[in-house]
Design a protein around this ligand. Structure first.
Ligand code: BGC
Length: 482
């Protein structure tokens, strides 16, 4: 299949029927992300109410917050194997069911222990969704808009965070049970969506169900392209099948190692550059910008963080298949570096000369820094990382390798959540944010040295590039024109 696509061609799938199915697949991806994002955001609003109801201290609050991440990590590890064995749809259905169960348990819990159980079950649902939704989207999306479809996943995460902030702003924290129960809505939407969409054609081909693979592919491919697309997929699958069932040791074999390092590295850099610490710390930073009332801080968090996060993600959705993945990562990391330095300088100056009362120049710089940081993350590391992870692995090990990279992401998220407070009280806020800024520099070097451009290439062509050696400079030389 030709990879020379004009800008106009990537705007829309050409026929209405194909458009309808691609839209459905994008919607399923969207609901899965919504489920992830709502949960990330809701805890900020619900935690105070939970604390008041059960009279618990900081340790319990920290467990209530962070054990979702542990659940997600565990589920992410098994999600790929399960999806390779049973298909992508059953695991997405399980994600929806687990999420509904977790939401109901959290809403009706008589005490903290059951609440934590509900959080872990919710985490299982998020872990499944976070591995399988982008992978399913990448396997089903037409190649020319693959980045765009996969990045709707990140758009949904940001929209979920925004909705949760909005609910927290409207509702009183005493209504925390309702806040948790509302999380069941994306779970229900996901289940309805998954019942409608077809199973991944690449998975059908992998398990030898060629007729089903053709049917599934025909839904998302223009009729004239179905045959060539199917033979590409089949050639890849049979080359892989000749080697037998993929084992975990193969995920770490020299053949997959380069791709594994790229995925895991990106997953870790996405977290250690501080996104969730910033999201968590937003209120305090707005306080330093002179917003003294809690209401004003919640509003600032809702609009500056929540809305900026959603809007800037559209930049990625629009440009990821035009500019490519690497330019977005470079621009984003530069924006994140500069803004983190501004926030760090804000803290450094504030701790020595500012008393914190009233809106100061330093406070305003800090606030602008925060908005720039969120925006820069939202059009780069946020969506691009999930996209690249879902497209760079050979089909044989794709499920397991995506699982591993996603689990690394959750592991890093857990560590940042656990140690951020310890770090800020140990070395101070300024040094902590400078540390995140330093991670952006390392991230930049990592992307420059190791992350290939995957725009405009089919998943099969990406494999060929790895097979040829996978040096970033070779990928650049043969990159399809935007
Ligand atoms: C990250 C989350 C983060 C979110 C913010 C996602 O891509 O994986 O950890 O909270 O973006 O929008």
């Amino acid at each position: 299949m030709s990879t020379e696509q004009s800008a106009a061609q990537i705007d829309q799938p050409r026929s209405r029927a194909v458009f309808k199915w691609v839209l459905m697949i994008a919607l399923v991806t969207f609901f899965a992300g919504l489920l992830f994002g709502y949960d990330q955001g809701v805890i900020a609003g619900a935690l105070k109410g939970v604390g008041d109801s059960f009279k618990v201290g900081d340790t319990a609050k920290q467990i209530i917050t962070s054990w979702v991440t542990l659940g997600a990590l565990l589920a992410a590890l098994v999600a790929g194997t399960a999806a390779d064995r049973f298909g992508r749809r059953p695991i997405l259905l399980a994600a929806g069911l687990l999420f509904i169960a977790g939401a109901v348990i959290q809403a009706i819990t008589p005490g903290v222990e059951i609440l934590v159980l509900g959080r872990v079950i919710t985490g299982f649902g998020i872990g499944f969704a976070s591995v399988i939704a982008p992978l399913y989207a990448a396997e089903m999306a037409p190649q020319r808009i693959r980045g765009r479809i996969v990045s709707t996943y990140q758009l949904a995460i940001t929209f979920g965070i925004f909705l949760a902030y909005l609910v927290s702003d409207i509702a009183d924290s005493a209504e925390w049970r309702t806040m948790f129960l509302l999380a069941a809505v994306p779970g229900v939407l996901l289940i309805i969506g998954v019942m409608i969409v077809p199973e991944s054609a690449r998975w059908f081909a992998k398990v030898g169900r060629t007729a089903d693979a053709r049917k599934s592919l025909a839904k998302v491919t223009e009729p004239a392209d179905v045959d060539s697309e199917l033979s590409d997929v089949e050639a890849q699958v049979s080359a892989e099948a000749a080697e037998g069932e993929a084992s975990w040791s193969e995920v770490f074999s020299p053949r997959v190692r380069k791709a594994l390092i790229v995925g895991v590295g990106l997953a870790i850099f996405q977290q250690i550059t501080g996104i969730n610490a910033i999201i968590y710390y937003a209120n305090t930073i707005f306080e330093s910008a002179g917003l003294v009332s809690t209401g004003a801080q919640t509003k600032a968090t809702l609009y500056c963080v929540g809305v900026t996060n959603v809007l800037a993600t559209f930049i990625a959705v629009a440009y990821i298949d035009r500019f490519g993945r690497r330019p977005l990562l470079f621009m984003g990391l530069i924006g994140m570096f500069v803004s983190l330095c501004a926030v760090a300088l804000g803290f450094a100056t504030q701790s020595t000369s500012d008393t914190g009362a009233g809106t100061s120049i330093v406070g305003i710089i800090t606030m602008v820094g925060l908005v720039v940081f969120i925006a820069s993350f939202a059009f780069s590391l946020g969506p691009v990382v999930w996209t690249i992870i879902s497209e760079i692995y050979p089909g044989r090990v794709r499920g397991k390798a995506v699982s591993f990279a996603t689990a690394a992401n959750w592991g890093a998220a857990f560590l940042v959540a656990e140690f951020f407070l310890t770090l800020t009280s140990g070395i101070g806020e300024a040094a902590t944010f400078f540390l995140f800024a330093a991670m952006c520099v390392l991230g930049f070097i990592f992307v420059w040295r190791y992350v290939p451009e995957t725009r405009g290439r089919s998943l099969e062509e990406i494999q060929e590039m790895w097979n040829k050696g996978g040096a970033v400079s070779d990928w650049e030389k043969t990159a399809p024109k935007p």
